[in-house]
Design a protein around this ligand. Structure first.
Ligand code: ATP
Length: 337
C-alpha cells in the first residue's frame, strides 16, 4: 500500500515529546527524547526500531494513556496533553489501541459479545443517549461482519478462539465506537506467520472501508512494508528517519535504517523486488552490540557507538532531522546524500 493522501490537517500530532521515568538513585530514563511527528487522516504510519527504543511509550502518549513529561499531543487539532480525564473522555472514543497479546486483553470469563459490547454500554452516543439492546445487537452484527467472524462467535469465550480469531475480537472491540485513529502496538507479533498476513490484510481492508488512520508499531519490517504509507524509524527515544514507506525502506538514508533492513532479505517484499534475495540495506553490515542505556545515551549522535561510518563530529554534535532526498533524516553523513 503506497498511496499517500493529499496533505490536510493532521489527525494526530506530537510536538517535542519527552517522556522520562525515574529509575532510582536520582537517575532518569529518557524513553522519549524530543519526538515530533504528524499523521494525516488516512495515513498508516509504521513505527519501527529495536526493542526498548520507545515505540510503545510514543503510542501510549499519542492516545494519552500515558502523560508525557514535556511536549504536546494534538488530536484533530485539540491539545490533549494535559486535558483532564473528564474532558478527554468524549475524545477517547475517537482513538483506540490494539495490543499484541490478544489473550491478555480479553477477560476469559466473558463471552465475545459482552467483551465487544462493553464500550457500547459504557459510553453514550455522540448525542448523549445510552444505547438500547437492539442498537447494540445491530452494531455487534456489523462489527462481526467487518472483522470477518461468524455471528455465532459472539456467544463463545476467548479460550475457544485461535490467536488470530482473538485478535479479530480485539479489533472489533477497538472499532465498536467508530474511532478515527487506531494505534496498533505489535498487533501481529504473537501470531503464527501464516496468520500474520491475514490480520495485516484485515487492518488494510478496514482502513479502506472505514477511512481509518493508523500508527502501526512493529519490529518486523516485512509487516511494516505491507501496510505503511509512511515509516518512522526510532532509536533510543528519538526519530532518526521518517518519510514515505517506499523511500525509507528501499533507499534508507540513516545507517541505522540500513542496518535494520540489511537483516531482512528482500524476498520478504516480493512486490518490491520479484524473486530477488538482495537486501534493501545494500551492503550495510549487521548491527553490532546492544542499544546503549536510555539512562545515559551517548553524546553527539545517539547511534554513533554502533554506526559503521561514524566520524569525530558524530561523537560530539547531535544531528538534527533534516530533509534529504524526500525524507527527513538525523545524520551528519546520510547514505546516498
Ligand atoms: N513505566 C516505566 N518505568 C521505567 N521505564 C520504563 C517504563 N516504561 C517503559 N520504560 C523504558 O522505556 C524505554 C522504552 O520502552 P518502550 O516499551 O516504549 O520501548 P519499545 O520500543 O516499545 O520496546 P518493546 O518493543 O520491547 O516494547 C525502555 O528502556 C523501557 O525499559
Amino acid at each position: 500500500m503506497t498511496a499517500v493522501p493529499p496533505a490536510t490537517a493532521p489527525l494526530i500530532a506530537a510536538r517535542g515529546l519527552h517522556m522520562a521515568y525515574r529509575v532510582g538513585r536520582g537517575q532518569m530514563l529518557r524513553a522519549l527524547d524530543g519526538v515530533s511527528l504528524a499523521v494525516q487522516p488516512g495515513e498508516v504510519l509504521g513505527l519501527v526500531g529495536e526493542s526498548g527504543c520507545g515505540k510503545s511509550t510514543l503510542g501510549r502518549c499519542l492516545l494519552r494513556l500515558a502523560r508525557p513529561t514535556a511536549g504536546q499531543v494534538l488530536f484533530d487539532g485539540t491539545d490533549i496533553t494535559a486535558l483532564p480525564e473528564r474532558a478527554l473522555r468524549p475524545l477517547r472514543q475517537g482513538m483506540q489501541m490494539v495490543f499484541q497479546d490478544s489473550q491478555a486483553a480479553l477477560n476469559p470469563r466473558r463471552r465475545a459479545g459482552d467483551l465487544i459490547a462493553e464500550p457500547l454500554r459504557v459510553h453514550r452516543t455522540p448525542d448523549g443517549r445510552r444505547r438500547g439492546a437492539a442498537e447494540i445487537a445491530a452494531r455487534l452484527a456489523e462489527l462481526m461482519e467487518l472483522v470477518g467472524l461468524p455471528q455465532a462467535a459472539l456467544a463463545r469465550y476467548p479460550h475457544e478462539f485461535s490467536g488470530g480469531q482473538r485478535q479479530r475480537i480485539n479489533i472489533a472491540r477497538a472499532l465498536a465506537l467508530s474511532p478515527r485513529l487506531v494505534v496498533a502496538d505489535e498487533p501481529v507479533s504473537a501470531l503464527d506467520v501464516s496468520i500474520q498476513a491475514q490480520i495485516v490484510n484485515l487492518f488494510a481492508d478496514l482502513r479502506d472501508r472505514l477511512g481509518l488512520t493508523y500508527v502501526f508499531i512493529a519490529h518486523d519490517l516485512a509487516v511494516v512494508r505491507q501496510i505503511s504509507t509512511r515509516v518512522a524509524v526510532m532509536y533510543l527515544g528519538a526519530i532518526v528517519e521518517i518519510g514515505p514507506a517506499d523511500t525509507v525502506l528501499h533507499t534508507p538514508a540513516h545507517p541505522y535504517t540500513a542496518a535494520l533492513l540489511a537483516a531482512v532479505p528482500m524476498v520478504a517484499f516480493p512486490e518490491a523486488s520479484p524473486g530477488a534475495t538482495t537486501r534493501a540495506g545494500g551492503h550495510a553490515p549487521p548491527l553490532r552490540g546492544d542499544v546503549p542505556s536510555p539512562v545515559s545515551p551517548p553524546p553527539g549522535c545517539r547511534f554513533n557507538t554502533r554506526c559503521p561510518i561514524a566520524q569525530d563530529r558524530c561523537r560530539t554534535e547531535p544531528p538534527a532531522l533534516r530533509t534529504v532526498a524526500g525524507r527527513s533524516v538525523a545524520c551528519h553523513f546520510p547514505l546516498g546524500g
